[in-house]
Design a protein around this ligand. Structure first.
Ligand code: PBG
Length: 330
């Protein structure tokens, strides 16, 4: 560093001096096309149901879901990830309504596809937890443990039913071993080589899923620690990545996003496919709650959180703010 007397000769502040200067040198830019909107649709309701733990997010009716999808298209968002919330009495141990062609998720996939065609990527969460009465992501064995291989058979059927209902992309999120290979095979078997698989590759057992449990009316007691990853571990993220790529994942995801930016950076470095990150319910609710109390600037905090996720290496981000943020970026 050169100096003139006691003054600095190198002045990084020059490149921060005005908005247009900062904009020009920005290394990370958010774009509407980066974003994917997760959305909930609830069976048997005529009005959207607010989710108390996620202010601003609702369980949609079939009609308001179509509207939300149309608004996402308008804002330039790339995709919508659908979660179904069935009527309570339709839940059972096997999650049967998750593979029923007339189950709420399949109905919603058809509705949204009819609404948006190919202008928005229609994606489906491929997991049993919304549909089982015990709330686990798979079926249970006689001892009450989540039975990996029996669950894979359910996932294969789910993939086929979701593809039939119009999903462009399926997102297996249950963290069963072998799920990506089984889903890929199941799709290929029915001639649906065109349907892409967005693998929830690296998914940690996280306290930040808390508000999501309300969002889908989950019946889960206990936790998912025998199948989701331990937050202490980074190596197994790379192992999960290798497995999912070998099994045919088209895109891979890291979840949650904010508390796992180191993992996201490692996965982005190692992956040769697009990497997505899911800014989950708890990440959303923390910012909304702090903003509601007047403790942080909501809009700045939202953009900063998303910029951080993209800077860490995400190509795409699932965020409940997708439509709102896409509008402000336009
Ligand atoms: C599983 C699934 C979950 C989320 C997305 N897919 C719940 C879980 O694994 O416990 C969480 C999303 C969020 O918290 O926003 N179907």
């Amino acid at each position: 560093m050169s100096t003139y007397g006691s003054f600095p000769g190198t002045r990084p502040r020059r490149l921060r001096s005005t908005p247009v200067m900062r904009r020009m040198v920005a290394e990370t830019r958010l774009h509407p096309a980066d974003l994917i909107l997760p959305a909930f649709v609830r069976e048997g309701v005529s009005e959207p149901v607010p989710i108390a733990a996620m202010p601003g997010v609702v369980q949609h009716t079939r009609d308001t879901l179509k509207k939300a999808a149309a608004e996402a298209v308008e804002a330039g968002v790339s995709g919508i990830m659908l979660f179904g919330v069935p009527e309570e009495e339709k839940k059972d141990a096997a999650g049967t309504t998750g593979t029923d062609p007339d189950g709420i998720l399949q109905v919603a996939l058809r509705d949204v596809r009819a609404e948006v065609g190919d202008e928005l990527l229609v994606m489906s969460d491929l997991c049993l937890d919304e549909f089982t009465d015990h709330g686990h992501c798979g079926v249970l064995d006689a001892q009450g443990r989540v039975d990996n291989d029996a669950t894979l058979e359910r996932y294969a059927e789910m993939a086929q039913v979701q593809a039939d209902a119009g999903a462009h992309v399926v997102g297996p999120s249950g963290m069963m071993d072998g799920q990506i290979g089984v889903v890929r095979d199941a799709l290929d078997q029915i001639g649906r080589e065109d349907v892409a698989v967005l693998a929830y590759t690296v998914k940690y057992a996280s306290a930040f899923y808390g508000p999501f449990r309300e969002a889908v009316g989950s019946s889960l007691k206990g936790d998912r620690k025998t199948y989701q990853q331990d937050s202490a571990n980074a190596r197994e993220a790379i192992r999960e990545l290798a497995l999912d790529l070998e099994e045919g994942a088209d895109m891979v995801m890291v979840k949650p996003a904010g508390p796992y930016l180191d993992i996201l950076a490692k996965v982005a470095e190692a992956a040769d496919v697009p990497v997505a990150a899911y800014q989950i319910s708890g990440e959303y609710s923390m910012i909304e709650a702090a903003a509601e109390k007047g403790w942080i600037d909501r809009d700045r905090a939202i953009l900063e959180s998303l910029t951080g996720i993209k800077r860490a290496g995400a190509r795409n981000i699932l965020t409940y703010w997708a439509t709102e943020v896409a509008r402000t970026l336009r």
